[in-house]
Design a binder for this molecule. Structure first.
Ligand code: ATP
Length: 326
């Protein structure tokens, strides 16, 4: 067992539902095991500027069900520089923090790789992002909630689309990853799903709308990831209006509602398991790895191996969409 006595915990990058549950698990596991815990507010920015405070078990009461993050989060340009990272290290030393638990997405882990090249501090990461665009884990904290939020919204859109015989293009989050689009689209019976991982041939999308029309489908829901290579909902809508001026189409950009809200049970359990495992791993001497979930088991993957790797979307899933939307 290691001799670590004081650990810091932070949330960084885009917020995701379940980050609070993760913070709670880290704080409580650490205190249970006799460690002191320090919260670092606003991610790397707070680390640089010493926005650091002691946390007790009661500081994380009543947060497991809350979206957002009580530690706040931020993006930090300063941390991209050597001077910024040195200032962050100096603050950790000043507060006597001997190890870190960092909760964030791919940018957070890229920052971690740069930081630990310069400074040797034990650290464990947790995948906290709605995008599910990290290797080394089958799910990320916040993804399940974000998909469920999108599903609820698209179901509502379908009701109004059905009433007016309308075509809706729903844009969901996902700059580089189409998992939210794919999973919400399948769950809502979307007619088409456009994602960054596959080349969007817009004429084929339009052909499918035309053939749906021939089959007297009156409702079309297209789910588009914001980072689709062809463009977002607006660009797709322009093409649709050019080719089908008689069609009544509408756009709905779901935006930030996908980040907020109370985390689902799946995200709470995932966050609790990974937060607990991260502290135990630190005490066992593990470092510079992310705790993730693979085939139901907690696993640890080095930070270098975690940073964004767009896992190919299974062809089976894509083919299934065509079959199920006839
Ligand atoms: P999400 O995927 O939800 O947006 P994220 O963790 O990817 O979350 P980013 O804003 O991409 O969010 O990254 C968080 C922070 O990590 C950045 O603001 C920056 O301070 C730091 N960071 C990212 N890349 C690097 C890098 N190459 N070197 C140093 N720091 C970095």
């Amino acid at each position: 067992m290691s001799t670590i006595k004081k650990i810091g915990v932070m949330t960084s990058g885009g917020d995701s539902p379940g980050m609070n549950a993760a913070v709670r698990a880290v704080v409580r596991t650490a205190i249970y095991n006799g460690l002191e815990v320090y919260g670092i507010r606003r991610g790397y920015d707070g680390m640089i500027h010493g926005d650091i405070f002691r946390m007790e078990a009661h500081d994380v009461s009543n947060i497991i069900q809350r979206g957002g993050t009580i530690l706040k989060t931020a993006r930090s340009k300063e941390f991209m520089t050597e001077e910024g990272r040195k200032a962050a290290y100096d603050q950790l030393k000043k507060h006597g923090i001997e190890a870190l638990v960092m909760i964030g997405g791919d940018g957070t882990f890229r920052g971690a790789v740069a930081f630990f090249k310069q400074y040797d501090i034990p650290a464990i990461g947790l995948p906290g992002t709605i995008d599910k665009d990290l290797s080394g884990t089958d799910f990320t904290i916040g993804f399940d909630t974000a998909v469920n939020t999108a599903v609820e919204a698209i179901d509502k859109i379908r009701d109004t689309a059905e009433s007016h015989d309308r075509l809706f293009i729903v844009e969901v989050m996902g700059r580089d990853a189409g998992y939210i689009a794919l999973n919400s689209g399948i769950s809502c019976g979307a007619e088409d799903i456009l994602i960054p991982e596959t080349v969007t041939r817009i004429n084929e999308v339009l052909d499918r709308i035309e053939s749906d029309e021939h089959r007297k489908k009156t409702v079309h829901i297209l789910v588009v990831a914001e980072g689709d290579d062809f463009g977002g909902a607006k660009e797709v809508d322009e093409k649709i209006r050019e080719r089908f001026p008689e069609l009544s189409s509408r756009i709905c950009i779901l935006g930030h509602i996908q980040r907020g809200g109370s985390p689902t049970y799946a995200d709470r359990v995932l966050a609790s398991r990974l937060g607990h495992a991260a502290v135990i791993a630190l005490m066992e001497g593990k470092t510079q790895v992310m705790s993730g979930i693979q085939n139901g088991q907690v696993t640890f993957t080095p930070f270098e191996g975690v940073v964004k790797q767009n896992t190919p979307i299974s062809e089976d899933m894509l083919n299934m969409i065509r079959t199920l939307s006839i």
